[in-house]
Design a protein around this ligand. Structure first.
Ligand SMILES: CC(C)(COP(=O)(O)OP(=O)(O)OC[C@H]1O[C@@H](n2cnc3c(N)ncnc32)[C@H](O)[C@@H]1OP(=O)(O)O)[C@@H](O)C(=O)NCCC(=O)NCCS
Length: 296
C-alpha cells in the first residue's frame, strides 16, 4: 500500500473512485465526484493535502482538504480548515485502509500548521482518528440550533490548544460554498454526470432522510418518487407533485402550504406530539423556503 500526492493524470480515475465510493450511500446517486472535479480549481483547495492511496496497482483511496472559516460571536471570522470527500473503493472498504489514509493525511496537515479541523461525518469512523463532537468544544453548526449536540458535526484540534490560542471560546461553522457546487449548478452537474457510465440510483436504508423538494413529504422508497420525462425515477419530488417531467400543480409556495395543511391528521400519526394546524403551517413556512422548488 502506498500513499502519495494526487497528480493531474490521476484526476479522472480519482473522480471515478469517488463516485463508486459514495454512490447511493447518503442519497440516491451522489455528487461528491463533481465537488472534487470543481474544487481543484477553488482557492480554498489545499494541493499539498490532496492524497491518493494505491494498492494492487490501482488507486483505491483519496482524501482532500479545504480552507474554511469559523464565525465568532462578534461577527469576526477566523481561518480554519475542513476535509472531504474521503473515499475508499467499495471493494476495499472496512479493511483498515480508510483510517490509515486519514491518519497519514492528518499528520501531514499538522506538519504544515493546520491546527483545527471540523467536518460532518460518522463518529464511529472518525473517532478512530481523534475526532469528537464539535459542540463539546464550543463550535456550533450553522444549520442546527446553537445549543444542539449535533451527532454528525465533528472536530479535532490537531495542534493542542489551538482554539484557546486563537481566542476562540465559541464559534459557528458553515461548510465552504464549494461543497454545494452541484446544487448551485444542476445543469453543469448533469452534463458532467453524463460522462460516466450509467449507474442505477435508488433510495435505500441508511441514507440521510430524503424529502420531496416541493411538498416536504418524506421519500422512503422508490415508489414514493415522481417520474422524469423519460419515465425514470425523479428522486427530488414525490409522485403527487411531479410526473413525467412536470409539476402536477402550478402553484405558489403559500398555496402548496395551504394544500399540505389539509393532511395534518396524517402527519400527526408520525409525530411524538400532535401539532395544531397553525403549528404545522408555521413549521412549513420555515422549512419550505429551503426546498429546491421554492428556493430563491
Ligand atoms: C468512510 C470510509 C472512508 C471508511 O474507510 P474504510 O476503509 O471503510 O474504514 P476502516 O476499515 O479504516 O475503518 C476503521 C474503523 O472505522 C469503522 N467504520 C468505518 N466506516 C464506518 C461507517 N461507515 N460507519 C461506522 N463505522 C465505520 C470501522 O468499523 C473500523 O472500526 P473497527 O476497526 O473498530 O472495526 C469508506 O468506507 C468510504 O469511502 N465510504 C463511502 C464514502 C464515505 O462515506 N466517506 C466519508 C464521508 S464523511
Amino acid at each position: 500500500m502506498n500513499i502519495r500526492l494526487e497528480q493531474t493524470s490521476d484526476f479522472r480515475e480519482v473522480e471515478e473512485l469517488t463516485r463508486e465510493a459514495f454512490w447511493n450511500v447518503y442519497r440516491p446517486g451522489c455528487t461528491e465526484h463533481f465537488v472534487l472535479n470543481q474544487y481543484r480549481n477553488n482557492p480554498d483547495f489545499i494541493p499539498e493535502l490532496d492524497f491518493v492511496m494505491e494498492e494492487d496497482d490501482k488507486i483505491i483511496g483519496h482524501i482532500m482538504f479545504s480552507k474554511a472559516e469559523l464565525v465568532l460571536d462578534d461577527g469576526s471570522r477566523c481561518p480554519s480548515w475542513t476535509f472531504g470527500p474521503i473515499s475508499i473503493h467499495p471493494d476495499y472498504k472496512r479493511k483498515g485502509y480508510g483510517i490509515k489514509l486519514l491518519n497519514y493525511a492528518l499528520e501531514r496537515a499538522r506538519e504544515i500548521g493546520i491546527g483545527f479541523l471540523c467536518m460532518e461525518g460518522n463518529i464511529n469512523f472518525y473517532k478512530h482518528a481523534g475526532f469528537g463532537l464539535a459542540s463539546k468544544m464550543g463550535i456550533h453548526y450553522h444549520a442546527e440550533p446553537r445549543d444542539a449536540e449535533v451527532p454528525y458535526f465533528l472536530a479535532q484540534e490537531l495542534i493542542p490548544g489551538w482554539l484557546k490560542s486563537n481566542g476562540i471560546v465559541e464559534a459557528t461553522y458553515c461548510p465552504p460554498k464549494g461543497y454545494f457546487v452541484a446544487d448551485a449548478n444542476p445543469d453543469a452537474f448533469e452534463a458532467y454526470e453524463a460522462t460516466f457510465p450509467k449507474k442505477e440510483k435508488t433510495l435505500q436504508p441508511g441514507q440521510l432522510p430524503q424529502f420531496c423538494q416541493s411538498c416536504g413529504m418524506p421519500l422512503a422508497k422508490n415508489e414514493d418518487c415522481g417520474t422524469n420525462a423519460d419515465g425514470s425515477i425523479n428522486f427530488d419530488y414525490c409522485k403527487y407533485c411531479y410526473q413525467e417531467g412536470h409539476f402536477l400543480q402550478d402553484c405558489t409556495m403559500d398555496e402548496m402550504i395551504e394544500h399540505c395543511a389539509q393532511f395534518i391528521d396524517e402527519v400527526n400519526k408520525n409525530m411524538p406530539q400532535p401539532m395544531t394546524r397553525e403549528e404545522y403551517v408555521a413549521m412549513m413556512r420555515k422549512f419550505f423556503p429551503m426546498l429546491k422548488r421554492w428556493r430563491k
